[in-house]
Design a protein around this ligand. Structure first.
Ligand SMILES: *[C@@H]1O[C@H](CO)[C@@H](O)[C@H](O)[C@H]1NC(C)=O
Ligand SMILES: *[C@@H]1O[C@H](CO)[C@@H](O)[C@H](O)[C@H]1NC(C)=O
Length: 341
């Protein structure tokens, strides 16, 4: 495994060094660095610039093709522009499905006969503003707080942002590994047993493994009685979204195009169905114009609305519309869970 990582890095650097610096991009590079607060040592700047240029070219090319109708979504340069795919995977994801035995978890068995054409819980006040996990594999914590924030709102009509750092610092005994990954069901079990979770404001996010749990009961801003996982598949997810509210979901986010997604309905035929990243599904819908049958394969028109935790500069203000009813695209519907309050 380590050998493979080394080979990949050498490969990335090797490819990059084929190109000389493109000086026509100097001001674009400088603007990008200052927008994202990037500072490098003299030694590392050259290599980071090369990676960024590769990504820049890739994005331009994709958007050119998008304008010709070849893709259903656009890409955009963002804070990940100076990372190789490998570096990105190591720091920006964090769903660890390797230890989960889904068959042992309590399953949602609700029956919903009719589902509307579209649902968007953001419009009903269920969803806090988009957050940013920083360089910490804590997506699982953000997905968990997002689902609990929604269920608490449903119950109390008050929307309170909840603490991911609380989960990172305190849920290790439940199988989570802080900034090295975790699972939402573990987080909900921790909250259930502990009797609560702190608010974001009383226990702020630092994107660090402190190894020190600082939760006290006086900080309690929400609690849960347990959790349910959904039966596998997009039908159950759609029904639960209608009946329950926002749901913690998981997808594979490792593709280059996912990292630089900017707008549109994401669909990449190579997207893996093995999830490595957790998000929050807040709704679903479909585009106004349905493509004709011949272009439908390339142009999905139904979508899930997913809240990510990579800040508002990624995607559509921090959200992605992901192709829906395309055989669990990117693994959506494979592992979905919500807390019971
Ligand atoms: C769903 O599960 C609960 C227990 O978890 C049970 O009481 C209920 O009867 C089940 N409903 C259906 C429709 O199977
Ligand atoms: C996610 O997809 C990538 C390829 O796109 C693959 O290498 C990786 O193993 C997948 N993640 C998991 C957890 O299977």
């Amino acid at each position: 495994m380590e050998r493979r990582v080394a080979v990949l890095i050498v490969f990335a650097v090797g490819v990059s060094s084929l190109h000389a610096v493109d000086h026509t991009l100097d001001s674009v590079w400088e603007d990008w660095k200052s927008l994202h607060g990037k500072e490098y040592t003299q030694d590392s700047e050259g290599q980071r610039r090369m990676i960024w240029e590769e990504n820049h070219r890739f994005i331009q090319q994709h958007n050119l093709e998008e304008a010709q109708g070849k893709h259903s979504y656009k890409l955009g340069m963002n804070q990940f522009g100076d990372l190789t795919d490998q570096e990105f995977r190591e720091t920006m994801l964090g769903l660890d499905m390797s230890s989960v035995d889904v068959s042992s978890l309590p399953v949602w068995n609700g029956t919903v006969l009719h589902t509307p054409e579209q649902v968007d819980w953001r419009k009903q006040g269920y969803v806090t503003p988009v957050k940013d996990q920083g360089t910490c594999n804590s997506c699982w914590a953000f997905s968990s707080t997002g689902a609990l924030e929604g269920q608490m709102f449903k119950k109390t009509r008050r929307l309170v942002s909840l603490s991911e750092q609380n989960l990172i610092d305190c849920s290790r005994c439940y199988g989570n590994r802080g900034c090295e990954g975790g699972l939402m069901d573990n987080a909900f079990r921790y909250i259930r047993d502990k009797g609560g979770i702190a608010s974001e404001s009383s226990y702020p996010y630092t994107a660090e493994d402190t190894m020190l749990c600082r939760y006290s009961e006086s900080q309690r801003a929400a609690s849960c009685k347990g959790y349910k996982i959904l039966p596998e598949g997009e039908n159950a997810l759609r029904k639960a979204l209608v009946y329950v509210g926002p749901i913690s979901v998981s997808v594979n986010s490792s593709l280059h195009t996912f990292k630089f997604y900017e707008s549109g309905i994401y669909f990449h035929r190579k997207c893996s169905k093995s999830p490595d990243h957790a998000l929050l599904a807040v709704g679903y819908g479909k585009s106004i114009d349905e493509p004709d049958t011949s272009s439908r394969a390339k142009h999905p028109y139904k979508f899930w609305i997913l809240k990510n935790s990579w800040g508002t500069r990624w995607g559509e203000g921090g959200y992605m519309r992901l192709a829906r009813d395309r055989r669990n695209h990117c693994g959506i519907g494979i592992f979905s869970v919500y807390p019971e309050v």
